[in-house]
Design a binder for this molecule. Sequence first.
Ligand SMILES: CCCCCCCCCC(=O)SCCNC(=O)CCNC(=O)[C@H](O)C(C)(C)COP(=O)(O)OP(=O)(O)OC[C@H]1O[C@@H](n2cnc3c(N)ncnc32)[C@H](O)[C@@H]1OP(=O)(O)O
Length: 191
Amino acid sequence: MTAEASLRQHDAVVTRLRHFLDALASAAPDEQSGERLRHDLARWTEDLRRYAVPESRRYYGRSPTLASAGQATTPWYVVDEATPPERLAGRASFGTFFLGGRGAAHGGTIPLLFDELFGWLANSEGMPPSRTAYLTTNYRAVVGIGRPLTFTAWTDRVEGRKRFLRAELRDGDTVCAEADALFVTLRPGQP
Ligand SMILES: CCCCCCCCCC(=O)SCCNC(=O)CCNC(=O)[C@H](O)C(C)(C)COP(=O)(O)OP(=O)(O)OC[C@H]1O[C@@H](n2cnc3c(N)ncnc32)[C@H](O)[C@@H]1OP(=O)(O)O
């Protein structure tokens, strides 16, 4: 199979996996179905272990075409406007898999989304690689599961190796969460 075909197949599996995780999080299967599911998952886990490859040959989380770069355990997002490294904007939604409680997204999954967006912005093409030094999230209103959301992330200022970034997640006019972060450009030899 060509690399392109492998990537396409991987994308289709990850899309299915995202739907599976939401369905799993929503379901209370009966005993027989639960046992069948456990059996099928165990079988696939063993099968996949036979195909393990080094990080440089993996597709997971690097899809150029899928939402969330194909990270099924990151809330769904797509970038609609990007002027890297200054700004990006787009849409996001938290599926049932990301439920914390009472219809709201788990608090830990919101900085996960922000870190993804900041990583996208700070490591866009032509930028030297950088990593999150800190990321602070301010939870202003609950993020409802399944709600159509919008986000904006932007570079606030750059001081030498330090990039100060900010972002906002909205449900309509309501600001649900804000974040500010510091990304530090890696020195040669830093992992
Ligand atoms: C290859 C990249 C691929 C990236 C993919 C996308 C990444 C998405 C983002 C991530 O999630 S990365 C994973 C989470 N982050 C980490 O695992 C980072 C772990 N920490 C580190 O590796 C180092 O601490 C770090 C590279 C961030 C900084 O270490 P350095 O030794 O290079 O920093 P240094 O001590 O030289 O500090 C440089 C400047 O940053 C400042 N600084 C560093 N860490 C800080 C901090 N935590 N808070 C405030 N300031 C900080 C520090 O004070 C200093 O300021 P000044 O230049 O003004 O003196």
